[in-house]
Design a protein around this ligand. Structure first.
Ligand code: XMP
Length: 513
């Protein structure tokens, strides 16, 4: 069966990835492309529909982002959202201009014509608006479908061509019936079927991986995190023992982390797992290093060397598996309008040198993070792993401020394990982005029993975030913070004071380094 693809054209609004995710929540595959993607590239994907996103610009402004006009001749349905609707109006001969006042926030949408597009909605529905321009005069062939108090044309349509526009944002949670609109457009207007599911994804991926790999071997750096773990399980399903996972124990891991990885992958899943015990090597190289960047460089270099050494033992290997995700490969358009084409490399295991001559195999490169978690569950991975918090590649080294020693690693590991244990019992745990302990290079005075102590300070960092670009310190109930503090001071020898970090990002960062 041919994959039904929807193309989402990115005009630079902040929440454009959300549109792509909404389409996928309708179980339809979609690709997010920059607005100026050449028509030949779009045609090659054979899309069944196009969605044009919002953006911060004004269509009539010189140099504002415009798509190839041939898009309107492809003969497929198009949905324009906010800037996308204005652009459609402008390029097809309507008139677009500024509203008297910028419309921002909730608005009551009055549906004038339900048709298929608004079916299931009431005559009046709450929607979310954020715009300065609007379509003032419909292009030829269009009719109005809805209005609000401030937008005479809040939705428009050319029934014959199946071109639709909405001035509001159906993709955000503030538009409660937004998903209905996406479903109506995709299923009823375009006629797509919800066939893109995790089950179908697994089936297709396995077929593709087998076809790509043939009789060769694949090596994969397993970090124990969600992405590399899910990639490993998927590859293992496809090629079994031809997959070789390398887990580097750099001595900077959390408590029992290595044991958990071995247990999960080797004992339960019977994956070919090679554990490289490099604790001593890393610690020796880190001796005396205090500067955070220097520590990172040492760890990065060492990782490559250990990985290379381990991979060589496997003989001839053609492929390197990686858990690269879709947000890392999207050529994103910056909110300022220009296609910034920031293609990031996967910063943990992606740093492996080109001279290793591996061909890359990246089975998750089409997926968003939440889809990877769903895939992990579908593949039978446990919730503890699937909902694991991010953990930086350089591990505890970025959470020990100053020099790294065996003793300091021990203190941090024990304190951190208590934070994890207590946080996992907290109802709101799933809403937390990261929670961990940091060991500071200061000693302070305390008193224990009748004795004066002079010991280390541990800071607790607990944040909420959507994407780690910004973060807020979490308002954790005092009793939980109290328990964490008590337990660390009582159970971890060498700590007599615990503090809670109440800084947000920016201006702080999540890690202390
Ligand atoms: P900062 O400290 O810059 O961190 O606010 C943002 C997010 O990135 C994680 N982080 C890393 N993740 N390799 C990773 O995979 C790294 O080297 C690395 N450094 C920081 C950090 O934990 C946070 O989630």
């Amino acid at each position: 069966m041919e994959k039904q693809t929807v193309v989402v054209m990115d005009f630079g609004a902040q929440y454009n990835q959300l549109i792509a995710r909404r389409v996928r929540e309708c179980n339809i595959y979609c690709a997010l492309l920059p607005y100026n993607t050449p028509i030949s590239k779009i045609r090659a994907l054979r899309p069944r529909a196009i969605i044009m996103t919002g953006g911060p610009s004004s269509v009539s402004r010189n140099g504002s982002p415009k798509c190839d006009p041939m898009i309107f001749d492809l003969g497929i349905p198009i949905l324009g959202i906010c800037y996308g609707m204005q652009l459609m109006g402008y390029m097809l001969g309507g008139r677009v201009g500024q509203t008297k006042r910028r419309e921002y926030g909730h608005a009551d949408l009055i549906v004038d014509r339900k048709e298929k597009f608004f079916s299931g909605l009431k005559r009046k529905e709450k929607v979310w608006m954020s715009h300065g321009d609007q379509v003032l005069k419909l292009p030829k062939g269009f009719v109005r479908l809805a209005h609000t108090k401030n937008s005479k044309i809040a939705s428009m349509c050319d029934f014959e061509k199946k071109f639709y526009g909405v001035q509001f944002h159906p993709e955000v949670a503030h538009t409660p019936k937004g998903m209905n609109i996406f479903r109506n457009f995709l299923y009823k207007v375009v006629g797509l079927k919800p066939t893109w599911t995790m089950k179908s994804f697994i089936k297709e991926s396995i077929r593709d991986i087998r076809c790509q790999v043939g009789k060769e071997k694949v090596v994969l750096g397993l970090s124990g995190g969600v992405d590399s773990s899910v990639a490993a399980v998927l590859l293992h399903r496809a090629i079994g023992r031809k997959l070789h996972c390398i887990f580097v124990d750099n001595g900077l891991l959390r408590k029992d982390e290595k044991e958990q990885v071995v247990d999960r992958f080797k004992r339960h899943l019977h994956v070919n797992l090679h554990v490289a015990d490099a604790k001593k090597d890393f610690l020796e190289e880190l001796e005396g290093a205090v500067d955070p960047e220097k520590k990172r460089k040492i760890i990065g270099r060492k990782f490559i060397r250990v990985f290379e050494r381990e991979a060589k033992k496997l003989g001839r290997v053609n492929f390197l598996g990686q858990g690269t995700l879709y947000p890392d490969v999207i050529e994103s358009v910056s909110a300022k309008g220009g296609p910034s084409a920031t293609i990031k490399t996967h910063h943990n295991v992606g740093a492996l040198p080109k001279k290793m001559h591996f061909k890359l195999i990246e089975p998750l490169r089409d997926l968003f993070k939440d889809e990877v978690r769903r895939l992990g569950k579908e593949l039978g991975l446990d919730d503890k792993l699937v909902y694991r918090q991010p953990f930086p590649g350089p591990g505890l080294a970025v959470r020990i401020i100053g020099g790294i020693t065996k003793q300091r690693l021990y203190i941090l590991r024990e304190a951190d394990a208590i934070v994890q244990e207590e946080m996992e019992k907290y109802d709101g745990y799933r809403g937390i982005w990261q929670s961990f302990a940091v060991l500071l290079p200061v000693k302070t005075v305390g008193v224990m029993g009748d004795e004066r102590t002079y010991e280390n300070v541990v800071a607790i960092r607990i944040v909420t975030s959507l994407d780690a670009m910004t973060a807020d310190w979490a308002k954790i109930p005092y009793d939980i913070l109290g328990r964490i503090s008590n337990r660390i001071i009582n159970e971890v020898k060498g700590v007599n004071r615990v503090v809670y970090d109440i800084s947000s990002k920016p201006p702080s960062t999540i890690e202390w380094e």
